[in-house]
Design a protein around this ligand. Sequence first.
Ligand code: X6L
Ligand code: MG
Ligand code: MG
Length: 180
Amino acid sequence: MSRSEALSKPSMAALGLGGNIGDPPVSMARALRMLDETDGIAVSAVSRLYRTPPWGKTDQDWFFNCCAMVETKIAARDLLETCLDIERRLKRRRRERWGPRIIDIDVLTFADRMIDEEGLVVPHPHMHERAFVLLPLMDIAATIQVRGRPLSDWAKQADGAGIEIVSEDGAWWKQSGGAR
Ligand code: X6L
Ligand code: MG
Ligand code: MG
């Protein structure tokens, strides 16, 4: 992977993770550790783990979701490529759009940047309307602005029906998952 656009100053980025095949908390924990072990990326905060009803395509299993803040010295495009590479290393198979997946890692925000490129739209154009993103992100980044409003405003309006919190705190990813 090219690291040609190494940035001088670190940026904070928000990531959304989810999955509903296999053992999603294990895959999500492995993904977070792989991110943290990547040069130029440090995981600085992880939300609690949530169990969430499926959105979009509703005839599939419930998801597990979480969000993470990462401090990154690499460009947004390189962060995206790293996330996609980790999805592949965890054997994600892309079958149908919005269908079941072992792991999904989305770049939600990158510093206060607006990016609209092929495959990379930041802030994520739907993050402000998805409770499975907003509620976990509230755990770790309640004050960030999205579309000119604090995240807490969007979270208040979101329909969080059915969403359950399944971990006590944001430390769940550090121990679970066993050997890599
Ligand atoms: C109308 C049409 C209303 C489509 C909503 C919502 C489509 C969300 C896709 C939609 C629509 C999505 C997750 C998920 C997916 C996840 C939970 C998506 C992409 N990913 N449901 N559904 N968690 N709970 O991570 O987000 S597919
Ligand atoms: Mg997604
Ligand atoms: Mg994705």
